[in-house]
Design a protein around this ligand. Structure first.
Ligand code: GDP
Ligand code: MG
Length: 461
C-alpha cells in the first residue's frame, strides 16, 4: 500500500471515554513518542530496556519535578507494528480524568501536541497501514449498536469493500491499457472485433459495479438503523406493544382513548437489528387540538418508516377510523396485527384481506403473550431481505456517490466504444472511473474531504 507523506510531529490524547473508570489510557504517537514517554517513566527495567509490545508496570511521574502522578502500565508499540504505523506508547493509569489530564499535560510539556479528532486513525491511513474505507470502518465499529452493524463494520475494516474495489480497478486498468494501445493504430490496422471485445470487457466491469450499487439501500438501512412505526386507531394496544418490545413500562397504557398524544421514539435491538421504534397517537376523528396535532405527527412519521405495524382490535368490529387508516396506509411497507385475540373474535378479517392481499396478517395477544415471537420474526424478515445473507458492502453515502460517478463514466465509455468514437473519448471516461474508485479507498481523495471524514471521529481515535 502507498506510503503517504509522513507526519513529523508527535501527538497525544486521552483515548478512553470521559468520566471515571477502571482504567484510563493516554496515547502518544510519533517520532518522539518513546522519548516523551521515557521522561514520564520511573521504574525497572530502565526505559531503554523495555520491549516493544510488552506492558511494564511502573510509576508515571511529572518530569518537571519528579512528583508521582500514578502507578501505570507503559505499553510501547514501536513502528511499524502499531495502530498509526508510527512509534506509539500507551500509558494506562487508573481511570480518573484528573490523573489522565496530568499525564496528558506532562506529555504536552515534553513536546507532544494534542491530537485533533481522528488524527490517530488519519495517521494509520497516511502511513499506508489502512486505506480510507478501512479508516471509516473504525468509526463505524466504535458506533455500532447492533449485531449486524458490528458485523458490517468489521467486514469493512478487514477490507471487504477495499478488495472488491481493487479487483474492479485492476480490470479497468487492463481495458484502459488496451484502449491506449489502440490510440496508436488506425481503425483499419486494428484486429477485427476489438471494439466488441472492449465493449464486452466494459460490460463485465459494469455489472458487478451495478450489483454493488443495488445493495446500497439495504446497507444504508443497516448502518443507520430502521424506523418502525406503530399505527392504529385509539385503544388497540399500540403503547402496550411498544412497552413489550422495550421490556419496560415506557409508554402510558390506559383504557382511555387518546392517552398517547405525541410521538414516542425509542431505540430497540430487535433480533440483532438496530431499530428506532415509534409509538404514535391513535388515529381518531377529534376536535381536540392537542390530539389533532398528535394525529398529524403520526401521519407524517409513517411516511418515512421502513415498516409500519398497523394494529387492530380483533375483539371489535372495524370502525370508521380503521377504514380511514386502511386508506392512508395503502401501499406502505406494512404488517397487519390483529391484537387482543384472548377476547372473542368480532372483527371481519376477510374485508381486510381482500383489500391487502399481499400483506402479512399476524394474530397476537399482548395481554396473554401469544404470537409475539412470530411477530418479531416477521419484522426481522421484512427488514432484511435474507437474514442469512452477508450484509451488503456499500452503506456509506460517500462510497455510493463515488461508485455512481464511476458507473456513469464507465457507461459513457461504453457508449463511445460502441458508437465508434475516437479512442481518446473512452480513455478519458475510463480514467475518470478509475479516479472515482480511487476516491473510495483514499488514493485520489482531496485534503478537504479527508479533513471532513476524520473530523467526525472523536479525539483519541
Ligand atoms: N384483552 C386485551 N387487552 C389489551 C391487549 N393489549 C392491550 N390491551 C388493553 O387495551 C387498552 C389500550 O391499550 P394501549 O396500549 O394504551 O392502546 P393504544 O391506545 O393503542 O396505545 C389498555 O387497557 C390495555 O391494557 C390484549 O392483548 N388483550
Ligand atoms: Mg397509546
Amino acid at each position: 500500500m502507498k506510503n503517504r507523506a509522513a507526519e513529523n510531529d508527535t501527538i497525544c490524547a486521552i483515548a478512553t471515554p470521559p468520566g471515571e473508570g477502571g482504567v484510563g489510557i493516554v496515547r502518544i504517537s510519533g517520532q518522539a513518542a518513546g522519548q516523551i514517554a521515557a521522561s514520564l517513566y520511573r521504574g525497572t527495567p530502565s526505559w531503554d530496556n523495555l520491549k516493544s509490545h510488552t506492558a511494564t508496570f511502573a510509576e508515571v511521574v511529572d518530569p518537571k519535578n519528579s512528583t508521582l502522578i500514578d502507578e501505570a502500565l507503559f505499553l510501547p508499540m514501536f513502528a511499524p507494528r502499531s495502530y498509526t504505523g508510527e512509534d506509539v506508547v500507551e500509558i494506562q493509569t487508573h481511570g480518573n480524568p484528573l490523573i489522565l489530564k496530568k499525564v496528558l499535560s506532562a506529555a504536552i510539556l515534553q513536546g507532544a501536541r494534542l491530537a485533533s479528532p481522528g488524527e490517530f486513525t488519519r495517521r494509520a491511513f497516511m502511513s499506508g497501514r489502512i486505506d480510507l474505507a478501512q479508516a471509516e470502518a473504525v468509526m463505524e465499529l466504535v458506533a455500532a449498536k447492533s449485531d449486524i452493524q458490528h458485523q458490517w463494520a468489521l467486514g469493512q475494516l478487514k477490507g471487504r469493500l477495499s478488495a472488491k474495489i481493487s479487483i474492479l480497478k485492476k480490470k479497468l486498468l487492463a481495458v484502459l491499457a488496451e484502449i491506449e494501445a489502440s490510440i496508436d493504430f488506425s481503425e483499419e490496422e486494428l484486429p477485427l472485433n476489438s471494439r466488441e471485445e472492449i465493449a464486452s470487457s466494459i460490460c463485465g466491469i459494469l455489472s458487478p459495479m451495478r450489483a454493488l450499487l443495488a445493495g446500497y439501500e439495504v446497507g444504508r438501512q443497516i448502518r443507520e438503523g430502521f424506523t418502525v412505526v406503530i399505527m392504529g386507531r385509539a385503544n388497540v394496544g399500540k403503547s402496550s406493544l411498544m412497552n413489550h418490545f422495550l421490556q419496560e413500562d415506557r409508554a402510558i397504557v390506559t383504557p382511555i382513548a387518546g392517552t398517547t398524544r405525541d410521538l414516542l421514539q425509542e431505540p430497540v435491538d430487535l433480533a440483532g437489528l438496530s431499530i428506532k421504534l415509534v409509538d404514535t397517537a391513535g388515529y381518531r376523528e377529534t376536535t381536540h387540538p392537542v390530539e389533532q396535532e398528535g394525529v398529524a405527527r403520526a401521519t407524517r412519521v409513517q411516511k418515512q418508516a421502513d415498516l409500519v405495524l398497523w394494529i387492530l382490535d380483533s375483539s371489535q368490529a372495524l370502525t370508521k377510523d380503521d377504514f380511514y387508516l386502511a386508506k392512508m396506509l395503502q401501499g406502505r411497507p406494512l404488517i397487519i396485527i390483529l391484537n387482543k385475540r384472548d377476547l372473542p373474535l368480532v372483527l371481519d378479517e376477510e374485508v381486510l384481506r381482500l383489500r391487502y392481499p399481499n400483506t402479512e396478517f399476524i394474530s397476537i395477544s399482548i395481554k396473554s403473550d401469544t404470537g409475539l415471537k412470530a411477530l418479531s420474526d416477521c419484522i426481522k424478515s421484512r427488514l432484511i431481505v435474507s437474514p442469512e445473507k452477508e450484509p451488503p458492502m456499500l452503506a456509506l453515502l460517500r462510497h455510493r456517490n463515488a461508485l455512481v460517478a464511476a458507473e456513469s463514466a464507465l457507461s459513457a465509455a461504453l457508449v463511445s466504444v460502441q458508437g465508434g468514437l475516437s479512442w481518446e473519448f473512452p480513455a478519458i471516461d475510463l480514467r475518470d472511473a478509475l479516479d472515482a474508485l480511487g476516491e473510495i479507498v483514499g488514493e485520489t481523495t482531496l485534503d478537504t474531504l479527508l479533513n471532513e471524514i476524520f473530523g467526525q471521529f472523536c479525539i483519541g481515535k
